[in-house]
Each structure stands twice: as C-alpha cells, then as structure tokens.
Design a protein around this ligand. Structure first.
Ligand code: SER
Length: 860
C-alpha cells in the first residue's frame, strides 16, 4: 500500500487529467441539493441541470462560456442507510469525480477520455484486461467505440435495459423528469479471490463481489417529461461519475472501503477508544461510526442543523445510529465528535469548508450525542424489557414503538434494528397510524394551522421571535439598510448557511423590504454581504412578525448571523408606490362619482398595474369611467403631499379615515392621507385611509393615471383595472400607435377612421348579397344543365346521385330536395367539394331507408 495512490492523489489526478482536456475545474457544490428533486445532492451532475437543459454555461469568476467542466462532488445518498456498514461497499457520503460536457464533446470522446485515464501509464495505469463494461441494449455507437477504438473484446461487454443502463435508472418509465440518457458503466475485475463468478454471470446476477463498478459514463440527450415523454435536449451532453471510494479501494488493493486511507484511521481510532480491535467483516459498529461521522460532519459543515424535520432529521437519524453503535461498543461518554478532526485531516484539503467549520461541527455533534445517550439508556432498557417478553418471529406493536419514539425520542429505525437482533418484527403500519393521529392532534392544537411556508418551522420562528423580537421594517423611508440574518428557512427546516445557487427564506432583524400585505405585493431586490450577493424574489411576513425574504444566492455563501445590506429594487418600488396611492385616489373618486355605497372588496397593487374590486350594483357608464379618471388626474396634477400618522383606531375613525369592512386592526393604526381635496360637483373630495402600504410622497409622482378596464366580477361586485406613471403612458402610447397603424392600413387618419369603417361595412353588405345570388345561380345552372346524374339500385332502393362543383354546403340540402323531386328516386345524394347531403323520400323512409346510415357508408 506504500506506493499506492492516496485518495487525495487520485482526486487530484482526475481533476488535472480533465483540466488537460480543456475542462474547467469547479469546486464541489454544497450537499444541500441545488434543485428540488432531492433533499441532498446525490450526483455530480445535479448542479449542472440548467446547463444540460440549455442555459448558458457561464460560471461565476470565469470568463465566457465553459462547455467542459470537471468536479469532485460530495454526494449524500440516504435511501438505504441501514445497510451502511453491513455491506462493505456502501457509503452514505460519497465523492463523485465527474467530467461534464454541455453540448460540446459526446459519447466517443467521453469513452476515449475514460479509457485513457484508467489505462494511461501516467494516470491510473490499470491493466486493460481487468476492465469490463455494460452498455444500453441498442447503443451500437458505444459498442463500436469500446471494441474498435479501445480494443475491448466483445465478450467483455454486456447489454442491459433502462433499469441498469440508463441514468437516472429507469428514468423513461419512472422519472424523475429532467435530463437523462443511456449510460455505459465500467467495471473492474478484482479477481477470483473476491468471488468465483464470471463476467457472463453478471448478466443474470447483476451483483458481484468480484466485478466492481467504478465509473458511470452517462450520455444525457433527453429531457424526460410527464408521462415518460423523452424530448430531445437542445444538444447532447456528457455526465460521468467515478466513485472515489471505490477506485481508491481498487488502486490501494484493499478488500473494502473501510481499509482505504480515509477510513482506516477512523476505524482504528474507534478501536482505540473502545478497546475493541477492528476485525474486518465482523466489526459492524466500527464501520457504522466511521462512515456516519464523515457524513454528518460534511453535512453540518454545509449548514444543516440537526432537527426533527427534513434534512436535519435525516442527519440526526444517521448520527443517532452511529451513537448507538458507540454505545454497543461499551462507550458511555460522547466520543463521536473526537473523530471529526480525522475527517478534517483527510478531506479538509478538498473541502475547505470542513476545516473552517470544524469547531462548529464538533459542538453540534457533541450536543446531539449527549442528548441521545440519555435517550438511549432509558429507551434501550425499556425496549429490551419488552422484547424479552415477545416470542421470536412475533411482532412488537405499533403503539409500543410509537411510545418509544414519542416519549423517549427513540427513532423507529433503531427500534427496528434492535428488534431484529431479537428476531422480532415491528408493526410499522401501526406505528404510522399512531404518528398520523398525533400529528392530527398537533395540527388541531396549533395556533396558526399548517401552511406550506410556515408549517414545519413554526417552532423555530417562534424561537427567533422570542429572542430577537419582530423584524424592524424601515422601508417606508429607507430603501437601503443594514441588517443581520436571524434565520434561514428552507422547505420546512432551518439551516445555518446557504450556498451559492440555493434558494431559501431569509429572516432579517431589520429590513427595507415591504412584505406582501394589504393588497400590495412584496418587494424585490438584493441582499449584499461580505463576499456574496443574492436576489430577493419576494418578501412575506410570518405570523410572528418576521420578514421572510425569498432569496436565491448568486455568489458566495450566506450564513446565519451575517450582516447584510438590503437593497430594494428602486424603480419597481417607486412604481408600486404610484399604483398604491392611485388606488386610494381611485377609491375616493369612485365613492364621489357612484355614491358612498361603494366599498372596497379587494385590491392588488403591483409595479405593473392596480386592480380594485368594489361593491356596486351596475355597470359603469363610459361617462362615469371618464369622470373617475379625471378626478384622480386632478389630484395628480395638484401635487398634494401624502402623509402618514399612527393613532388609535378611535382617533382614526374620528378623522373620517376609511377602514376596510371586516378587517382586523391592532390598537395602533397607520393612517395615510392626501393633504388636499379636489372639487366634484358641489363638494370637495378627500382621501384618508387606514393602510400599512408604501406610498408616494406627493401625488405628482403618480405622473398619470388611466383606467384600462371595468367589468363585473360577481353579483354586485365590480372590478376596475388601472395604470399609473410610466405604465399608464406606455399603455396610452400603445393604443395610439395601434390606432394610427390601423388608420394607415385603411388609407386615412385616426379622425377619419369611423367614416372609413362605415363605408367599408356598407360595401361588405352589398358584396355579401351579390355572392348569395351568384351561388344560387351557380347551383341552378348546374342542376338545370344536367350535371352528371346517376340513378342506381342500392339495397332495394333507387338512389339518385349528383355531383356539383363550387357549391357551398349550405346550398346542398335544397339541391337534394330538388333532385329527389325531379328524379322520382327513393333517395337523393348530392355531393360537392364542400360536403355531402342525402335525402330520403317519405315513402322510402316508411320502407326503412335511413339517410344517416347511407351518409356513413358513403363518407367511408
Ligand atoms: N449521474 C451519474 C451517476 O450519478 C454519473 O455521474 O451515476
């Protein structure tokens, strides 16, 4: 093993080999998946799905398009965690070495690169005679490259269906949607010491201790869509993945992962700590601990907090499994955190975040371990007492398993594993039922109910609000402000950090971003911090008064506690403000013109438009619409100040401020007033409303106002849509352009359009009348002229048929009547290039003739 390559050396060789082939070396993406198909990153290609689907291959910090990329990606696969440690080639955390092409090179080059890297003397120098491959059943191209160009004998190539040689496996039938394609897998023959099977056996067994899959070359050329549709991607791509742990055990010629240079120090340390030597296959606990500490360390370093939901739950489960195995080895004090240093030593070079956050990771693991040891003591004692009373082959009841989970925090998979050691099963359906019932109770008792956004993180948000209070909103006055990150929430769980490319809800202590409410949309803009920046797509408010910024990190990484500068998108916000103040003025104008029966029933205020729903019994006349519009524009031209003040609800009412019917207000309300009225008929109209929204400072900022539609929404409810500022002028400009284009087409000017149209309509009427006459004449001429007529016997009836040309379908019926009369036949069939009609005489009908059936036959 002395001369064998270390894991770090293999990783470096791989990346530099592909750099030499024109690939850009990029750092690993975080373990927090870059897209919502999985919780954790499970493959090297995942961060590149946008490029596979056609997005420009540009990467922060690198000039131009880079269509060849290589990475060592940390991946976490947790679907069969209970097998980790039991089998010797199973890891939850794995490193995937990958080379990717976005519409650049394809299958042939991918295979030739792989061959060169595996067998080249200065690269891995593997014996070509040991290499075997599988290909997708009818992939002749891959077959030809392997046999003709790499010289692989045919018998070393096996063909499989989409369940083996497609990535993701079985994607056409089972999904997931997204980029996919056939693949070719490379296997290494470890020799008869590992198993007596042959390569040909693999066709049947599909499992072998002897033939180890080391590299998967995927040729993504399809975009799998709903219903198993395989659409072509815009171009053909390459995605390859070589399991670093596997290739390391081949090159180091060790029997399994746990003896390679990353794991051996870990299992050895476990042996030292417990005083129980590592004895290969039988030392399950050593392996579980080594493997799991590695996964948990990497994941916590990427910002996952141990918790009861989502990723945090998965990681807690993994840690608890390791903790239990430490307990089984006789360790009664927390020890797992002392292994983190070894993981950092081996992997910190390639994943610097691990080194930076070592102390944080150790503290998180230690705290969880301490907590869990107490649980384990009491839970195990209780469980073992129960199991001792159950016969082998019997079941532990679901309620019992649930009590252990609920009262002792004892996870189901642990219960399952311990019960298995006693030869006892667990009634998991019963467990699920008990869990479901408990969740129902919790939901019913919850203060806010469960919503997609706030459901699972309610507790965490409560905690943030208790510690820091509600978010301080400063955005009525300031559109740029400094704040601090209090929490990061993503799909129902809290994270400690958020990597570039990921999206989550970010809670700040102070913010200039308006949170959606009162009909006004949430602000958009940017968060900037030392070394990073992200885009805020929307802002919402939690029931605790915390502002959640819907952030996508564009550069750098965001950590909880970081200072950030919030920058609201200024043009958008100004436009929203124009629409909001315009909504108040519209409301006041509608009440003036239509009467005080008008009540607001709903509104939407966005940067692009406003929508106002109100109670009113009748359609607005065009004069009323114009009057309302004119009133609002008078306010705009008067350029009155817009002010706001806080006061008690009673005081607000006393000023005549309008409150929304049925709306709940706190003790203190905000009143928005336009400081000036406009005359309408014999009185002056004013605007003063209870409102938490963002407004212009003076009405003149609105610029201009135009109503674009008025319609009924439900009985007694009308909807007006209107535009303010630039949106209004752009709309008017567009209408004017349409009008002059139309006029131009009709050879006149906008003022002459009405007259021109009336003239054209008259001409059209005359022409239509002439056409009708001409058609009739055409039919008659053909019939009178004896157009090809034919009388035949068909099923005991005399059938007369006639073929006409250029006759509309609408004329055919009359022609058929006429033919029936003139020929004296039982049935008449008239056809033209526009249709076909059959008529039966009354007598024929009484004898059973059926015109419809005849049409069916003829039309066939
Ligand atoms: N995406 C493929 C895999 O994960 C190859 O990188 O196996």
């Amino acid at each position: 093993m002395t001369s064998a390559l270390t894991t770090a050396e293999i990783r470096e060789k791989y990346l530099s080999f592909f750099e030499g082939k024109g690939h850009l070396r990029l750092p690993s993406h975080s373990l927090i998946a870059p897209d919502p198909t999985t919780l954790f990153t499970v493959a090297g290609m995942q961060p590149f799905k946008p490029q596979f689907l056609g997005a420009a291959a540009r990467f922060p910090g690198h000039e131009g398009e880079r269509k060849r990329v290589t990475t060592a990606q940390k991946c976490l696969r947790v679907n069969d965690i209970e097998n980790v440690g039991r089998t010797l080639r199973h890891c939850s955390l794995l490193e995937m070495l990958g080379n990717f092409s976005f519409g650049d090179y394809f299958k042939r080059d991918a295979i030739l690169f792989a061959w060169e890297f595996l067998t080249g003397a200065e690269w891995l120098a593997l014996d070509p005679a040991k290499l075997h491959v599988t290909i997708y059943k009818d992939d002749q191209e891959a077959f030809d490259v392997w046999t003709r160009e790499c010289g692989l004998p045919e018998e070393r190539i096996l063909r499989f269906d989409a369940d083996e040689n497609f990535w993701p496996a079985d994607a056409p039938a089972k999904g997931p949607n997204g980029p996919c394609g056939p693949c070719s897998e490379i296997f290494y023959d470890r020799g008869p010491d590992f198993g007596s099977d042959t390569w040909a056996d693999y066709q049947e067994t599909r499992e072998s201790a002897r033939f180890l899959e080391i590299w998967n070359l995927v040729f993504p050329q399809y975009d799998r869509q709903d219903g198993g549709v395989l659409a072509d991607l815009p171009y053909k791509n390459i995605d390859t993945g070589m399991g670093l742990e596997r290739i390391a055990s081949v090159l180091q010629n060790v029997p399994d992962f746990y003896s390679n240079d990353v794991f051996l120090p870990l299992v050895t340390r476990v042996a030292e700590l417990s005083g129980k030597p590592y004895e290969g296959v039988t030392s399950l606990s050593h392996r579980v601990i080594a493997e799991h500490v590695r996964s948990v360390s990497m994941t916590v370093a990427d910002g996952v907090t141990l918790s009861n939901t989502g990723r945090g739950y998965v990681i807690r489960k993994i840690l608890r499994r390791a903790s239990r195995h430490a307990y089984l080895l006789g360790l009664r004090e927390p020890v797992l955190h002392t292994l983190v240093g070894l993981v950092v030593e081996r992997m910190g070079g390639a994943y610097p975040e691990l080194r930076e956050r070592q102390a944080e990771v150790e503290a998180a693991i230690r705290a969880e371990e301490t907590r869990f040891l107490t649980t384990l003591e009491s839970g195990t004692t209780r469980l073992e007492a129960i199991l001792a009373k159950i016969e082998k082959g019997e079941m532990l009841s679901g309620t019992e398993a649930f009590t252990l989970y609920d009262t002792y925090g004892f996870p189901l998979d642990l219960t399952r594993e311990i019960a298995e050691e006693y030869g006892v099963g667990v009634d998991e359906a019963g467990f699920d039922r008990a869990l479901e019932e408990q969740q129902e109770r919790a939901r019913a008792g919850s203060k806010y109910g469960k919503s997609e956004l706030f459901g699972d993180v309610q507790e965490a948000l409560d905690e943030v609000a208790r510690t820091h209070g509600a978010t301080d909103f400063v955005g009525y006055e300031d559109l740029v402000t400094e704040g601090r990150v209090l929490a990061v929430v993503e799909r129902g769980e809290t994270l400690t950090r958020l990597p570039a490319g990921s999206a989550a809800q970010v809670v700040l202590d102070r913010t200039p971003f308006y949170a959606e409410g009162g009909g006004e949309v949430g602000d958009r803009g940017w968060l900037e911090w030392q070394g990073g920046r992200g885009f805020v797509r929307d802002t919402r408010k939690s029931p605790q008064g915390l502002f959640l910024h819907d952030l996508t990190v564009e550069e750098g990484e965001l950590t909880v506690g970081a200072s950030v500068r919030g920058v609201v998108d200024l043009p958008e916000r100004l436009s929203t403000q124009r629409h909001h103040t315009a909504t108040h003025l519209l409301h006041a104008a509608l009440r003036a013109v239509l009467g005080s029966g008008v009540r607001q029933a709903g509104s939407l205020v966005s940067p692009d438009r406003l929508r106002f729903d109100f109670s009113h019994g009748a359609t607005l006349t065009p004069e009323q619409v114009r009057e309302v519009e004119r009133l609002v524009n008078r306010w705009v031209q008067a350029d009155f100040p817009v002010t706001y003040a806080y006061m008690s609800l009673d005081e607000a009412r006393a000023t005549g401020a309008m409150a929304l019917f049925g709306e709940k207000y706190g003790d203190t309300v905000r009143v928005v007033s336009v400081e000036g009225g406009v005359p309408f008929q014999d009185h002056v109209v004013t605007s003063r409303e209870l409102c938490g929204g963002a407004h212009v400072k003076r009405t003149g900022e609105i610029g201009s106002f135009v109503i674009v539609s008025e319609e009924g929404l439900a009985a007694g409810v009308r909807r007006v849509e209107a535009l303010a500022g630039e949106a209004a002028t752009a709309y008017v400009r567009e209408q004017l352009t349409t009008l002059s284009d139309l006029a131009l087409t009709l050879n006149t000017n906008p003022a002459g359009l009405a007259e021109r149209l009336a003239g054209l309509q008259g001409q059209l009427r005359d022409l239509n009348a002439q056409v009708t006459t001409l058609r009739r004449q055409l039919t008659q001429a053909q019939m009178g002229g004896g157009a090809a007529q034919d009388v035949r016997e068909l099923g005991g009836f005399r059938v007369a048929s006639l073929r006409l040309t250029g006759v509309e379908a609408s004329e055919l019926r009359g022609a058929a009547d006429d033919l029936l009369d003139r020929s004296g036949a039982d049935l008449a069939v008239v056809a033209s290039d526009r249709g076909l009609v059959v008529k039966a005489s009354r007598d024929a009908v009484s004898r059973g003739a059926h015109a419809g059936q005849l049409v069916g036959k003829l039309a066939l």
